[in-house]
Design a protein. Structure first.
Length: 133
């Protein structure tokens, strides 16, 4: 997926999307921040792995989640949502339609890196923006 290099470590990545996570194999889609080396980043999005959940992870793959309280069960399948991932110092927060649904405190990735969208499921993108915090 395309990525944008950011020059500050504190920023928000926001996208209005529709992610089809119905049925089939495990998959996910959403936004990422502070990407380094193509595999290490904070990602926030929706998945059908295990349950239909929203999540934040400190790796690109949902299958490697090792953070406490990193997911929140809520179905977002087949509707347009606004995902916003804020990275500010060691606090990473995922918002859905303006509501904070998952927050973690982690020091794995504390430099700027790249930001963008990811999905291994069908995803329609209606808007995308990055803003400094």
């Amino acid at each position: 997926s395309p990525e944008i290099t950011i020059n500050t470590p504190n920023y928000a990545v926001e996208a209005k999307v529709k992610i089809d996570i119905s049925g089939g194999l495990c998959g996910s889609g959403g936004v990422f921040a502070r990407l380094h080396h193509k595999t290490q980043a904070y990602v926030g999005g929706a998945t059908n792995c295990l349950k239909k959940s929203l999540f934040i992870n400190n790796r690109v793959s949902y299958n490697n989640i090792k953070l406490d309280n990193a997911s929140y069960e809520q179905s977002v399948d087949d509707r347009v949502i606004t995902l916003r991932l804020e990275v500010k110092d060691t606090t990473i927060t995922l918002y859905v339609d303006g509501e904070a649904v998952v927050e973690i405190h982690d020091t794995s990735h504390n430099t700027s890196g790249s930001a963008g969208l990811f999905s291994d499921k069908p995803m329609e993108v209606y808007s995308f923006k990055i803003e400094a915090l």
